[in-house]
Design a protein around this ligand. Structure first.
Ligand SMILES: [Zn+2]
Length: 80
């Protein structure tokens, strides 16, 4: 990917973020314009229990941890 392509992709992402933020900042479009480049990198508008990190909200283990535990327990040899 060339620098021009990377810059174009970044531009598209910032534009998309700006459109999303306009819905949130309906009464201050200049604020949406100002914050779009910042929010473009992590456009998570909701981090609540419905969409957020399950560890944070429910103390659950991550998929990676569950996968590791499953693979380790398969390989444990019980010595008598
Ligand atoms: Zn949510």
């Amino acid at each position: 990917m060339t620098r021009a392509e990377r810059r174009h992709r970044r531009f598209v992402i910032v534009q998309r973020t700006h459109r999303v933020l306009l819905a949130s900042y309906r009464y201050s479009p200049e604020l949406a314009r100002e914050r779009a480049p910042k929010y473009a990198d992590n456009l998570a508008l909701c981090n609540g229990p419905c969409c957020g990190n399950p560890r944070k909200w429910f103390g659950e283990r991550t998929r990676q941890e569950r996968r590791l535990e499953a693979s380790v327990s398969d390989r444990i040899i019980v010595l008598e």
